[in-house]
Design a protein around this ligand. Structure first.
Ligand code: ATP
Length: 580
């Protein structure tokens, strides 16, 4: 079942934007001051031209005209220089804000509870990380500075127009109703429209990643047609969502064009009428018309960039939404007294209302080898994940040294108990990076010692660049066995006292398996081990065996005790042993 991650509301988005702006007061004010200065220099032209028209009308010298033109050229140059710096400072500000946004988003995404990521699916998160971050990047780098410039220019241009004569306010005001009505109509619909559009991209991504990741299953079960049909449905929904936002734009923009024309036409008409009455001069009518004409460009930019900003706000809302997922752990600062791991009356459900663990209690002794066995789907892996603190229990608690695993910061938790599976990821980066992420302060000697402990020195020393070798996506491909050794070496570095071993799959070929078993044995040495034994022979060597059936522990004791008791384990052992 897939749920979507939350989307932040308007208040949180505005609050966050204010907080970001407050972090850079110097850059913000410098950018604004430069934009104001640039706009002011641009505004000199109509005034000078108006005066010139008047001077020509009343009679002037060529020298005067030349001087005015020289001053005009000076203003044009000053305006160009100021605009260049204003844009530069805005871009620097935009880049900084964007970098902070990305960092905040990455740390929020990494702090997401695993259960939430699993149930939301990777598609939604992927769309937010890619498309929404890109959209926001565009808004912050381009739309926001341009919009600020446009607002500053519009306000100052309007002020300059009024300075010619108060009568100019009237034609400008006549354009306002159409503008306001159009804007209100558009803004009340646009945000939801864009959010819906983004949600459809998430669904397309989710279906695509699911199909690619599960390609084998899709093929094996002949689900290709079904997946294609689902993707078609997703694309259709996306098409209609895009058509809707396109419709909004096709109504909105022409309406805006009309509202821009009204003031210019009315200024000319009013100015002409006032001139014939002798109330204003020709120079004033020229300057006023030029200013009103000059208003069109910034107002148009304000309005059309609003569209970009809406999309940016929708993306920001989706990025901030990731931070609103409630944390599934609460760090209390309590410190474990010892290394004993206990589960008490633990219940857990992946899907609300459908518990897969029904009150499991288990005390694991320090240094003990505990094997968990049971039928497929009984809940062994789930219990293992709870014992490793990956999922918090729905009720009951899992504690280490008397402190709940959910009370420990994640970094500390991994120093107490870690889950070992045969699914391991090699991150893109150097071999050193891949190992050091388990213990950020580790030096090369410690990293090499960890590789030595898992018997990996042989292949690592044969690498030309040693620990600097780039591995993972785009780098040198490691074999499955080597990747597993890297994962084991990470564990040596993290040095947890307890390991939960889920040997669920057997991906490794038998030749490397023997080698790996030695590596694993070195890692297990001296630690408490809870092994989920999908093969019974590993249970035989354990100190105690826990039998998990239908989400509860039904038997607990040593191999010999359980065989003697003649319960489920004895039956399993008999059938397995008989086969063996
Ligand atoms: N991510 C998940 N979302 C929903 N249900 C799940 C999830 N993982 C496991 N389950 C369900 O929880 C139950 C217990 O599964 P679990 O994997 O813990 O059993 P198991 O004993 O480890 O089985 P196996 O030996 O086959 O791995 C099963 O019914 C399974 O379908």
């Amino acid at each position: 079942m897939s749920t979507t991650l939350p989307v932040a509301d308007g208040r949180s988005v505005r609050g966050y934007a204010r907080q970001l702006a407050r972090r850079h007061p110097r850059l913000l004010w410098s950018a604004l001051a430069l934009h104001v200065a640039a706009a002011v220099t641009t505004l000199a032209a109509p005034r000078l031209l108006g005066d010139l028209v008047e001077a020509v009308e009343t009679g002037t010298t060529a020298g005067h005209v030349d001087r005015v033109m020289l001053v005009l050229a000076g203003f044009v140059v000053a305006s160009a220089v100021l605009t260049r710096y204003a844009r530069y400072v805005s871009q620097v500000l935009g880049e900084q804000v964007l970098a902070e946004l990305r960092e905040d988003f990455v740390s929020n995404a990494l702090a997401l509870p695993v259960g939430v990521v699993e149930s939301a699916g990777s598609g939604d998160l992927l769309t937010r990380t890619s498309r929404d971050v890109d959209q926001l990047g565009w808004s912050v780098r381009w739309a926001l500075p341009e919009w600020t410039i446009a607002v500053v220019t519009a306000v100052l241009t309007f002020g300059a127009a009024l300075s010619v004569g108060w009568w100019v306010a009237l034609p400008c005001a006549m354009g306002v109703p159409a503008l306001v009505v159009g804007l209100r109509w558009y803004l009340s619909r646009a945000k939801d429209g864009y959010l819906r559009e983004s949600a459809t991209y998430s669904r397309i991504n989710a279906t695509l990643t699911e199909t690619v990741e599960g390609a084998r299953t899709v093929e094996a079960l002949g689900l290709a047609d079904e997946q294609v049909r689902r993707l078609d449905d997703d694309c259709r929904e996306s098409y209609w969502a895009e058509r809707y936002t396109l419709y909004l734009r096709t109504v909105f923009f022409p309406a805006m064009e009309l509202s821009y024309l009204i003031p210019t036409v009315l200024t000319l008409l009013t100015g002409g009428w006032l001139y014939t009455r002798g109330d204003v001069s020709l120079g004033e009518v020229t300057a006023a018309t030029l200013y009103v004409q000059m208003l069109i460009d910034p107002v148009d930019r304000i309005v059309s960039i609003l569209d970009e900003l809406q999309m940016g706000a929708a993306s920001l809302a989706r990025l901030l939404g990731v931070a609103q997922v409630p944390d599934d752990r609460e760090v209390t600062g309590r410190k474990p007294d010892d290394e004993k791991l206990d589960a008490h009356d633990v219940r857990f459900a992946y899907v609300p209302g459908r518990d897969v663990l029904h009150g499991v209690s288990l005390d694991v002794g320090v240094g003990e080898r505990l094997a968990m066995v049971g039928p497929s789907g009984a809940g062994k892996s789930t219990l293992g994940r709870l014992l490793a603190g990956i999922h918090p229990p729905r009720t009951g608690e899992v504690t280490v040294g008397g402190v709940g695993l959910v009370e420990l910061p994640l970094g500390d938790l991994r120093g107490h108990v870690a889950l070992v599976t045969q699914e391991h990821h090699v991150f893109a980066g150097t071999l050193r990076d891949n190992l050091a992420l388990a213990a950020p302060g580790a030096d090369d000697d410690q990293v090499l010692a960890a590789l030595d402990a898992v018997d990996a020195t042989g292949w690592v020393s044969s690498l030309d660049d040693g620990l600097d070798t780039r591995v993972g996506s785009g780098g040198r491909a490691l074999s499955a066995a080597q990747a597993q050794q890297v994962a084991l070496a990470r564990l040596v570095l993290a040095d947890p006292h307890t390991l939960v071993l889920d040997e669920a799959t057997s991906l490794i070929d038998p030749r490397s398996a023997r080698h790996l078993e030695r590596s694993l044995a070195a890692v297990l040495d001296g630690r408490t081990v809870i092994a989920i034994a999908h093969r019974l022979f590993s249970a035989h060597d354990a100190d105690r065996v826990a039998v998990v059936e239908d989400g509860v522990v039904t038997e607990l004791g040593s191999h010999d005790e359980l065989v003697a008791a003649g319960g489920s384990y004895a039956a399993l052992w008999d059938s397995w042993h008989g086969r063996g």
